[in-house]
Design a protein. Structure first.
Ligand code: FPP
Length: 230
């Protein structure tokens, strides 16, 4: 059985470009191609949910040119891939602060979510203007506004997509050993897989290797090996 939900921190686009004496935006362009490959691979593998960390709440600190380029790629991805989504039954969703997105990007995400809402295959969740702390803050804000007690369950139910199960596996490419504010609440018991391979170089075989590694792990959720028998 493949993991039900995989999250990917797609890192290393800039380093990929620098290694080739190319501009950073070229790395993002290749990064988008990798995202398309890996969405297809996850879909073929029978994964139910794939969350892609495309733009964090901190990424606005990059140059206007780079931010504009990434947003343009996202927009193109949402528009140009519609046939692919239809053929593969792929449903598009979003996590992150929707209100803080540029109006045209927000419009395309809403449209893509609407157009794919009845598709029953892989659900691709685009983390865009996403921060784990920000998501928790927004959930608590909703709770307080609704006058609901702040319990763990209630916070979980007020996150961006409460129906989506927590990620089983979180992959980080390009070798850094940190979470970078990705799915902080949801990743409490996720298994991490860190790869040195830069995101634009990722292939289906790398996803297969990550999943095979995941399948060897024993998940205890804070318990002891083999359960609680004496
Ligand atoms: C991290 O590499 C990558 C990003 C912040 C942008 C990711 C965006 C894409 C791959 C394109 C859009 C994708 C979809 C699915 C619509 P970095 O620039 O931080 O690399 P570096 O650490 O090597 O500089």
């Amino acid at each position: 059985m493949p993991p039900q939900h995989i999250g990917i921190i797609m890192d290393g686009n800039g380093r990929w470009a620098r290694k080739r004496n190319q501009v950073r935006t070229q790395g993002h362009l290749e990064g988008l191609k990798a995202a398309k490959r890996l969405v297809k691979a996850a879909s073929d593998m029978g994964v139910s949910y794939l969350t892609l960390y495309a733009f964090s709440t901190e990424n606005w600190k990059r140059t206007q040119e780079e931010v504009g380029f990434i947003m343009g790629l996202v927009k193109r991805y949402l528009i140009e891939e519609m046939d692919f989504y239809r053929q593969n039954g792929i449903r598009i969703r979003h996590t992150g602060d929707f209100a803080g997105l540029p109006v045209d990007i927000g419009r395309e995400i809403r449209r893509a979510m609407e157009d794919t809402r009845d598709f029953r295959g892989l659900q691709v969740i685009l983390a865009l203007n996403y921060g784990g702390r920000d998501e928790i803050r927004r959930a608590v804000e909703r709770l307080v506004r609704a006058g609901v007690s702040v319990t763990e369950d209630a916070i979980g139910q007020h996150l961006d997509n409460p129906d989506i199960p927590d990620p089983d596996l979180i992959i980080r490419t390009a070798g850094e050993l940190r979470t970078s504010n990705f799915l902080l609440w949801e990743a409490a018991y996720s298994e991490y897989y860190i790869s040195d391979i830069l995101w634009p170089d990722w292939t289906e075989a790398d996803l297969t290797a990550a999943v095979a590694d995941f399948q060897k792990r024993e998940r205890r959720y804070g318990g002891v090996p083999g359960g609680n028998e004496p």
